[in-house]
Each structure stands twice: as C-alpha cells, then as structure tokens.
Design a protein around this ligand. Structure first.
Ligand SMILES: [Zn+2]
Length: 101
C-alpha cells in the first residue's frame, strides 16, 4: 500500500485528540501496540531501524485509492517529511477522528 504525507496537516491537527500525549501515542493506543523505549523498530517506509524517539505519528492518505480519509502511521523523522509515495506494505493505519478533518 502506498501512502503520501498530507501537506499542512500539522496546522490542521497539530494537537492530538484529548487523552493522547501525541499522535504516536494515539496510534499506539488505537493499535494496541506500544513501541518500547530502547527497542528498535523498522520504519515501514524506508526499512531502517530506529528507536521510539525517532518516530512520529504521521498524517497520511492512501495513494491510488478512492479512500481519502486521513490516517496516522508511525514514520521516522525523515520519512515524515517525504514528498514521494513510499510503499508501507500491510501495516495497519489508524484513522484520524473525523471531527479533526
Ligand atoms: Zn523512514
């Protein structure tokens, strides 16, 4: 599945929903999967390994899809600013609450 960063999304929904400390926290809680501090995880877009500090909850949309919803996915710092459309495989996206769209 290819995704693209949503330009300007930080202006629209800079703050995560109530009860979440960050968009990464939002993804973790809704996905029921926590990136443990100290452990390394592969960024789904570039395949490089990073610790939790290097991941951001990134706002993305699917490419080549009629689904125009906004999703959150953890990407490394540099992939968070990519302008191409990396293939992230089958990682599960977490939908952004519609009242923020
Ligand atoms: Zn990356």
């Amino acid at each position: 599945m290819k995704i693209k960063n949503i330009k300007g999304s930080s202006k629209v929904s800079e703050k995560p929903p109530k009860g979440y400390s960050s968009w990464l926290d939002y993804w973790e809680k809704n996905r029921n999967f926590t990136l443990k501090p100290g452990d390394k995880y592969k960024c789904p877009a570039c395949g490089k390994s990073f610790t939790r500090d290097n991941f951001d909850g990134c706002h993305v949309q699917k490419v080549d899809s009629t689904d125009q919803k906004w999703y959150i996915i953890p990407l490394c710092d540099s992939c968070n600013h990519r302008i191409d459309a990396p293939d992230i495989g089958f990682i599960r996206l977490v939908e952004v609450p519609s009242n923020l769209e």
